[in-house]
Ligand binder design. Sequence first.
Ligand code: OSB
Ligand code: MG
Length: 380
Amino acid sequence: MRLRRKTRIVKLERIEVRKLQLPLKHPFETSFGTTTAKTFLLVSASSGGVIGYGECVAEEDPLYLPETNATVLHVLRDFLVPIAFSLEVSHPRDVSRAFAHIRGHNMAKAALEMAVWDLEARLQAIPLYRLIGGRGGEIASGVSIGLQKDEAALVARVEAEVAAGYRRIKIKIKPGRDLSLVEAVRKRFPKLPLMADANSAYTLEDTPLLQRLDAFDLMMVEQPLAWDDIVDHATLQRTLQTSICLDESIHSADDARRALELQACRIVNIKAGRVGGIAGSIAVHDICRARGVPVWCGGMLESGIGRLANVHLQTLPGFTLPGDTSASARYFEEDLIDPPVTVTSSGTIRVPESPGLGHDVIWSRVERATSFREEWRPTA
Ligand code: OSB
Ligand code: MG
């Protein structure tokens, strides 16, 4: 009997993908564009009458990274779903191993892989963090504030988030809207844990400007240079006091290892969708932790489903900095999960103890937000 759990094999019986749209309460502006609604794919994987969910972080347009909802659907349908049906899954890690020979398309891989992690946790009736190897309790929460119309509007937003208890504030910057924004926030909050995210909007020619950020005691500057670069970031980091954190450039544990080898950054942002899923996230986490490099969990304006996966992920010990996971109510009038993700007055999120992601998915809300649906079953 004791061997049973170890040798239990999960065969996937059904995989479904839906395209959903949730209006955002406030438009979210970054250096690459403005989002007014979150349009994303939701993957469900079923076995034995139990369903696991994986939210895809791809967007409609290839502006953050190259994948889009359309490329994800293609790669799922034509490559990843057939591989997943051919597997006898004894652990969710098997899924990312089986996808490894497919090059790129990490967001597509992650959506299906994360559905299998949630499914496995639900089948074992344990919270996802336990399957991942994390700890229960709470995580520290930060916010990411998009570009605002002017300095006064940004300072007002920061005041509201600080009053709500958030532990760290990230602001977006882009050329022409950088030093003045950082300066305004820093002047109002001299001691606030503050950072800036450029989403790849600068080049090495902007080095003198980026060096002026050193005056504002930022925790870090996130992804100042190109989305596919590591080498120029290393050159830039040598000239800055401010630590660089890489987001867009890191797609795997090997990327993280190379970036740290080159000293291209001192901090790494982990988004499961960007690194192929939870197994990829653990691998990046482990490389960074072994080298004493802090990591934190990024966000992609996820619905509660992806948001809860982020909550569980950042219970691993190397997540020593507050991430971008904040309350559902900052984004959506009505989230897909009940209860929504909430933040305590001390700026923390409680880690769920119920099986899997740990909050109920409200299916009527999923149905209402769905514009497209496709499902697959194994061919006998
Ligand atoms: O660079 O971290 C980013 C949102 C969309 C795409 C990229 C990024 C972001 C955010 C938002 O910063 C984080 C969040 O609140 O989910
Ligand atoms: Mg970023």
